[in-house]
Design a protein. Structure first.
Length: 117
């Protein structure tokens, strides 16, 4: 079965950077679109960024210009480089794999990112 394991979260001061990683197994990584989602306390889950099998990317408005999603198909790993972090980026971040046939969205266990002001 698909397993997604996030790493790289933690506590950082506002203006700092973190790099999240997601190690994927159980499916052909290169054949699936991937994304990062997040959920802050008391808020709805939101899409942060996505990347297609061809490397096309899309970002939520709140992170454009600060976050970069990338993938290394040789390592079956997804990344999220987060720069100029803000307190409002504090959330649990989830790695997603989007399978297309049949359609299904897989979730990692999540990792905490806390940005102090």
């Amino acid at each position: 079965q698909v397993q997604l394991v996030e790493s790289g979260g933690g506590l950082v001061q506002a203006g700092g950077s973190l790099r999240l990683s997601c190690a994927a197994s159980g499916s052909t990584f290169s054949s699936n679109a991937m994304s990062w989602s997040r959920q802050a306390p008391g808020k709805q889950r939101e899409l942060v960024a996505s990347i297609t099998t061809g490397g096309n990317t899309n970002y939520g408005d709140s992170v454009k210009g600060r976050f970069t999603i990338s993938r290394d198909n040789a390592k079956n790993t997804l990344y999220l480089q987060m720069n100029n972090l803000k307190p409002e980026d504090t959330a649990v971040y989830y790695c997603n794999m989007i399978a297309s046939s049949p359609w299904r969205k897989y979730w990692g266990q999540g990792i905490q990112v806390t940005v102090s002001s």
